[in-house]
Design a protein around this ligand. Structure first.
Ligand code: HEM
Length: 489
């Protein structure tokens, strides 16, 4: 029986053995079934990816289970793939748990094709329209900023945990654009949506999601990944309720928000075999809500952490620039950024260091293609390591430390190095880049003008290490809040 066991083990090893295709990028030897998963730290694989980059070069491959993935590192390689050969790299994987949840609908996880193209174009033009319309994007952001200020004022002289507040801020801004309304900070609809989003982003990239992907035979069993599906469906139901309520108050031809515009679009294209319909609409709304919340709120948290700790001179220099430019005016406008080079440099540096989406969103190749001397067959999963670009030696004056000088030239003018790619690049570049940049600028300028943030006495030692995930975030911390006006008094 031992001989038989050895024989079957050998057979199993032989048939599940993973072999790289010819001319495929090099990488560590994969194990059957698991691939290279054991060689990556599940809590934070970025250091392991850095180690593999040093060993195999800027283009290497890994096996996630039995599927190969090519990791792109450094500006030159990421740009060559995503920008120079944009169309060839514009696909999305369809086998991941998160792809199954989205059924290739919406935008973020939709595969390259007409539905993705139609929805991306629609969302971009509609967001732009609200940027120019009666209630501009800027007004909606400033309205939300006034609510954050009120909340922070209630903590003046003390400290608070900013996580929840910044989450509500970011989600309210996107809700105002897509649903035409902001929610009170204790509204059960927004609180449930945010809670589900937090759980989902944690679990959809956790070990159970990994098992779902690498051992498909487990999928029908009642294991914890069922939980993820359940939570996602709850979010969908919530969005559907908002849509139903919205439809009843809608006036055709007078859109108040992106949702109304989508309904108009369904009416306009009803007979033309179009991709606009109720199902796609729910996924698009979910996409925008999910993509626009965590990313911006994590960046804001990172900003206040950096500003209140070891860089006291940075907020003071920003404050002088802001008060100088805004003298006598109630609010900042996004146009003011051109007159505030130091503030611009600070915000870009925050984005570089907060490294919010470290491995981007995974791509796939849409046709057989070549990268350097390697062959990548159609359907190869591609991981753009944006983190490697944001900290690449040779691209930055101070690649590994927080320093706004990374974005200033010798005469103090703002300059944006090409390696600034937190929003990725190419045909799938972040659709919300304009909105996110406007949010970060208006929120931070208003807060810095009104408050001074200090590390609370009982705050312990500041910890800048990031919690890895689909979006990366700072560990929880408390924010010490001082009112500038009371200090002057
Ligand atoms: C995609 C980063 C805010 C909507 C992406 C990608 C990154 C990214 C790295 C992947 C691009 C690729 O596949 O190569 C960020 C960061 C943000 C931010 C760092 C904030 C600081 C937003 C906001 C929205 C948004 C506010 C809401 C409108 C999207 C969408 C996509 C996307 C819809 C998918 C684009 C596509 O697949 O065609 N974002 N994002 N993002 N983002 Fe953002």
């Amino acid at each position: 029986s031992i001989v038989l066991l050895c024989f079957f083990s050998l057979l199993l090893f032989f048939f599940t053995r993973v072999r790289r295709p010819k001319n495929f990028p090099p990488g560590p030897r994969p194990l059957p079934i698991l691939g290279n998963l054991l060689q990556l730290d599940p809590v934070n694989p970025l250091k392991d990816l850095e180690r593999l980059k040093r060993r195999y070069g800027n283009v290497f491959s890994l096996y996630i289970g039995s599927r190969p993935a090519v990791v792109l590192n450094g500006l030159e390689v990421v740009r060559e793939a995503l920008v120079t050969h944009a169309e060839e790299y514009a696909g999305r994987p369809t086998h991941l748990l998160i792809s199954h949840l989205f059924e290739s609908k919406g935008i973020v996880l939709a595969n390259y094709g007409s539905s993705w193209r139609d929805h991306r174009r629609f969302a971009l033009t509609t967001l732009r329209k609200f940027g120019l319309g009666k209630r501009s994007m800027e007004e909606r952001i400033l309205e939300e900023v006034s609510h954050i200020c009120t909340e922070l004022e209630s903590s003046a002289g003390g400290s608070m945990d900013p996580q929840h507040l910044f989450h509500l801020t970011a989600s309210n801004i996107i809700c105002s654009l897509i649903f035409g309304e902001r929610f009170e900070y204790d509204d059960p609809v927004i609180l449930t949506l945010i809670q589900r989003l937090e759980e989902l982003t944690k679990e959809a990239f956790g070990p159970w999601a990994m098992l779902y992907e690498i051992i498909p035979v487990l999928r029908p069993f009642p294991l914890p990944f069922r939980n993820i599906l359940h939570k996602f469906n709850q979010m969908k139901e919530h969005i559907k309720k908002i849509v139903t309520k919205h439809k009843s108050s809608r006036v055709v031809g007078e859109p108040r928000d992106l949702l109304d515009c989508y309904l108009d679009q369904i009416d306009k294209t009803a007979n033309g075999g179009s991709t606009f319909n109720d199902t796609h609409m729910v996924f698009l709304l979910l996409d925008l809500f999910m993509a626009g919340t965590d990313t911006t709120s994590n960046t804001l948290r990172s900003a206040v952490l950096h500003l209140m700790t070891n860089h006291v001179f940075v907020p003071d220099r920003c404050y002088r620039e802001i008060t100088n430019i805004l003298e006598g005016r109630a609010d900042a406008s996004f146009e003011d950024r051109h007159a505030m080079p130091y503030v611009q440099a600070m915000i870009h540096e925050v984005q570089r260091m907060s490294d919010t989406v470290p491995l981007g969103v995974f791509h796939t190749t849409c046709s057989d293609t070549q990268l350097h001397s390697y062959q990548l067959p159609q359907g190869t999963m591609v991981i753009p390591n944006l983190s490697s670009v944001l900290h690449e030696e040779g691209q930055w004056k101070f690649p590994h430390e927080f320093n706004p000088e990374n974005f200033l030239n010798e005469v103090g003018e703002f300059v944006k190095p090409e390696a600034f790619l937190p929003f990725s690049a190419g045909s799938r570049v972040c659709l919300g880049e304009g909105l996110a940049r406007m949010e970060l600028f208006l929120v931070l300028v208003t807060l810095l003008r009104r408050f001074r943030f200090v590390w609370p006495e009982d705050g312990g030692v500041p910890d800048f290490s990031l919690i890895f995930g689909g979006t990366q975030s700072q560990k929880p911390f408390r924010l010490g809040v001082h009112l500038r006006s009371s200090e002057r008094g």
